[in-house]
Ligand binder design. Sequence first.
Ligand code: NI
Length: 182
Amino acid sequence: MILEITQYGNPVLRKKCRPVAEVDDDIRKLAQDMIETMIDAQGVGLAAPQVDRDLQLAVVDVSHDPECISYLRVNGEDVELAQMMPLVFLNPSLEFGSEKESSTEGCLSIEGISAEVRRPTEVKASLETLDGTKIVVETDGLLSRAIQHETDHLNGVLFVDRLSAAAKVSIRRKLKRVGGPR
Ligand code: NI
């Protein structure tokens, strides 16, 4: 089922989301609906607050571009990207490499705005999956960026919060138009 995507200005996007304590049918259905909603909206990721649920649950899928990462390890083993996509994760905890890079980001909750965001290139993400296992995902490139962007959502943080001062000024008017004050 395709869900409505909450838009900038909706307070749910600013919540610190609750950890998912138990994966039940409701969570499994929500995850499936979020995957369908992400695909329908042609996004590479979607977090639960974007469908009005303050839970630490997100989905990402960057399989449209197999070249978008240079490596992917799960629990220390090399894994094919396609094998892990779409990735549904709960209760993430992230560690970062020291190198940073800038790339263009947008967000399904902030229509019509994209900007350069500087983030750590590499991430080491401790994640829980729908089958109740814990995995450690290490990667770079777009998958690293997507995991960081979605995990930000679970903490009430949006990509526009992470822009340089100059970039914030240049999109301020546009942001006011889409969602009122921030
Ligand atoms: Ni987003």
